[in-house]
Design a protein around this ligand. Sequence first.
Ligand code: PLP
Length: 293
Amino acid sequence: MDRRFALMITPVVAETVRDDFDDTFQQVDPSAPALSVGELSTQRGDGVFESIGVVDGHAQEVEPHLERLAHSAALCDLPAPHLDQWRAAVARAAEACPPGEAVIKLILSRGVDHGPTPTAWVTAAPAGDFAAAREHGVRVVTLDRGYDSGAAERAPWLLLGAKTLSYAVNMAALREAHRRGADDAIFLTSDGMVLEAPTASLILRIDGRFVTPEPTGGILRGTTQLSVFEHLEGKGFETVDARIPAADLAAADAAWLVSSVRLAAPISAIDGAPLPIDRAVTDDLNAYLLSPR
Ligand code: PLP
């Protein structure tokens, strides 16, 4: 793909006072090899990442993404990222983005086996075309995530609230959804509570209120969901974080999967049961999400 960009970062210690990080950045050819074969991100998926939406060169919701990167790093016992350094790297990547929609990825890996520092890099590339999902919606199936609603608290080493590089399970769930004739999935706990999609947060509208599964640590707190709720509250709608039993999915009169790059994809069917698309709300959400935030 043309106009890609990659920047290797030498992480500096979080408390370091500096105004300029240029000497810690090295722009590299994004199509050339850049990582060591001893890299733990590629060997074990041992690291954390963020995907930031970019619209006409403006990186969206940078602060919530940086805060979540720091939260994920803390959950994984990785050194705290220096947020000014990452902010500067995001600004460099945003300058390299083509007009229209793009995506900036931030990656912080545990580094090379027995190596001295974490490995870190930022990339930028044009976003995929999500017009069809935003317009016609996505059909979803519910899939068992294989743990119960107490797992995050009982077993924090599962890293359920961290955005780690270990996305093989999420990708396998999407393939299973496709095998079942759907476009996407909604994960359920083994005791039947609604969680999230493999790469998006879920918002349901039930009795006029917008509801999302409460962030108990078993799901990733979505930056897009938080931003959408703020927008809806500004318009006078009620929003709630709630424990949602799977049976309540049938009570929704509209629903969306929301994420930083695809934005708001209305759900057109759940487990084969059609769900109407609220055109006006969907278009309003996507217009909002495409505006500078
Ligand atoms: N949940 C999961 C598992 C995700 O991977 C993502 C995004 O990639 C989200 C939720 C949505 O997060 P955000 O809105 O910050 O993109």
